[in-house]
Design a protein around this ligand. Structure first.
Ligand SMILES: [Zn+2]
Length: 245
């Protein structure tokens, strides 16, 4: 297997991470976020749902608890800009409304890159969760929508949001990665802490391995693929300027 190239992200100043649930960023992607924020890059998180259907407790209790845990997870990797679009957890539908909401947020943030999570039918060693499949594909489509002034014209006409071309789309947790972000010792620890922040959620999941037991291992595996000590890998799509074009 050939060595994965490092992501050409040195000129980037902003990454927008859009995923379905609280904790979706915390299975490796947050390690890359830690590297970026310590370099001075601005990173924002947008969650499509509050993850309110993910625990045994009623959604009214779960949503605020998971928000707190996500805020702590964000803080451990230097992220303070967190928003939740409020779609119903577990019932995310592929719709133009969802794409428009994501395109809006991309045009508002004007990121160099958009990061989302794996949207394949099979992922993470099994059948991928329904919201994950919808979220990732909607994000991929919305990156294109955000760049096209003739799609969702009301975003321009009524909200004054001009078209925005994102340089690259990054898909975390993909079985066929194309690029890697090297992670240092601090980044590995921050990634572990970011998943540990979801304490009540992890307690709820029967048999969930301890973050400190498997996150460093995932990052070491990525490092092996990239020829470095530790790395987070991504499947990267050039959307209009990955190599500074
Ligand atoms: Zn999830």
């Amino acid at each position: 297997m050939s060595t994965l190239p490092l992501l050409p992200d040195s000129s980037w100043s902003k990454v927008l991470c859009i995923v379905a649930h609280p904790d979706d960023m915390e299975y490796g992607a947050s390690a890359a976020v830690s590297m970026w924020t310590r370099r001075g890059m601005e990173v924002s998180y947008v969650l499509l749902t509050a993850g309110e259907a993910g625990m045994a407790a009623p959604p009214e209790e779960t949503a605020p608890a998971r928000l707190k845990e996500q805020q702590a997870a964000c803080a451990s990797v230097g992220v303070s800009d967190l928003s939740i679009l409020g779609y119903p957890d577990g019932m995310l539908e592929p719709s133009l409304g969802l794409r428009k909401d994501i395109a809006r947020t991309i045009r508002q943030h004007k990121p160099d890159a958009v990061l989302t999570a794996n949207y394949e039918v099979e992922a993470y060693g099994g059948l991928n969760q329904a919201d994950h499949r919808v979220a990732g594909l909607a994000v991929a489509d919305a990156v294109c929508d955000a760049a096209n002034p003739w799609v969702f014209r009301k975003l321009v006409e009524e909200e004054g949001l001009a078209a925005w071309t994102t340089k690259a789309l990054l898909v975390a947790g993909h079985d066929s990665p194309t690029h890697a972000v090297e992670i240092d010792e601090v980044g590995v620890k921050a990634a572990v802490a970011s998943l540990q922040a979801h304490a009540s959620y992890l307690e709820h999941v029967t048999g969930h391995p301890k973050p400190e037991d498997f996150i460093p291992e995932i990052l070491r595996g990525g490092g092996e693929a990239a020829g470095v000590q530790a790395a987070e890998t991504f499947r990267v799509f050039d959307m209009g300027g990955l190599e500074g074009k």
